[in-house]
Structures are given as structure tokens and as C-alpha cells.
Design a protein. Sequence first.
Length: 266
Amino acid sequence: MKIAFVLEYDGSHYQGWQRQSGVPTVQACLEDALSKVADQRVRVHCAGRTDSGVHAYGQVAHIETQAKRERRSWAFGANANLPRDISVVWAREVEDDFHARFSAIRRTYRYLILNRSSRGAIVRHHAAWECRALDHERMQEGAAHLLGTHDFSAFRAQSCQATNPVRTLCQLSVTQLGSFISIVVEANAFLHHMVRNIAGVLMAIGMGKAPPGWALEVLLSRDRTLGGVTAPAKGLYLMQVKYPPQYNIPATGISTTDLLSIFDAP
């Protein structure tokens, strides 16, 4: 049978999601923990393979196993064997045709920027820092050019292995909340470094290095070298993965207000 999990993690001390020899990864920790609960070796499949330093509030994963456990036992058992910076928040048996990656219809990421003259201490691993003032309204104007279905070759890493660069962005919003700028991106799927490259372009627009229309120029060029810098990984969060209703996977993403209240409470 298949068991699905929703989990959150602080990616600061991990070399990304995917298991690698000799370095700590989220997948390795989760597989080790769940194998102890199942009393057999299990392989974990996820909705989105996050990079080194990237965080998650709504990552979804699944395993196939012959072990039968109560929902509570899967979650509590996993957490008893996981490090404190990884937590399973939900678990249950799902239909045989469910796949954490291939059944997903939308994914939502948030990119968080601390925008003030002094660097952060508390948020040093959890938000990018930009000391120059960012105009979030200019950033939003630039973001509007990227909505819809496009070839996002100019926004993907050179090492990206996706065969098709076409993606559909259904949300791309920029808001200012206190000393933070939040960029929320929702799409059917993402290319490697796509969100961080979008954030890099919008930040350049926000600090006045380029006009809002530059985002469209970069998009139409399909040339990654024209897109500017890749924003740091530590500002990126996988917030939510959406599935067709029949799978009953809960929407567990945290709101922007709740997220920022952790760091910027009055």
C-alpha cells in the first residue's frame, strides 16, 4: 500500500532533498526514520526536490510498504526518529495511483527578502538580505509580465534536466510586510532554480537597475545569461502542493502573515 506524508523542514543544514553519499539530506533522514517505523527499508518519493538550504512548510512525499500502522503511528514514529529540523505533520494511506510528484497539479513557493540597511541575525538562514531599498510595486509590475504559459528557458539553471521548458504561472505576487518583501509563485511545475531566478530579476527591477518591462525582455529572450543573478537559496520555501480532490491531501501551507510573525512580531 501507499502512505502519503506532509512534512516541513528547515533546509539550512542539509544538502537539499535528494540522498547523496557522505552528506546530510532530507530524503536520507526521512527514509531512515520511516524504515524504522515500517521495520523494513522504504524509498521516499517527494513532490519537489528542494536544493541545498531551501526550506519547506508543505512538502509532500509517499512510500510503498507492506507494513500496516495507524496514521498516528506513522507520524509520531517518524518524528521520534527524525532530527528536530524535520517534522511529519500528516500521514495516511492513499490510493494506489497516487504519486507525490506526478499527481501534483500545482506547487506554491514563497521567496522571502529582508529589506533593510543592516543584515539579519535571527533570519540569517531563513531570508535573503538586500540592503538597498526595493520598490515592491515596481517588482509587481515586472512580475505581471511572467504570468501565464511561457517558455521559461531564461529562468532555469544551465544544469536543468527538464526536457520541456514550458510552464504555467497562475500566481506571481509581490508584497511588502514590515521590513520583509514576500514573493509568492504558484505554477503547475517549476524548472531548476526557476523561482530563485525570477526573484533575482524582480529584485533588480525593485532596486531600479532595470525597468519593469525588462522581465518580459528576459522571458522572450529564452537566454539565461540575460537574466541576472540567482537569488540565494535560504530565502526560498516550498509552501504547498495541490492535488486533485480525490486524494484528500490537505493544504498545509502557512500564511505569509504567520510566517513573518515568527521573525517580525511587534
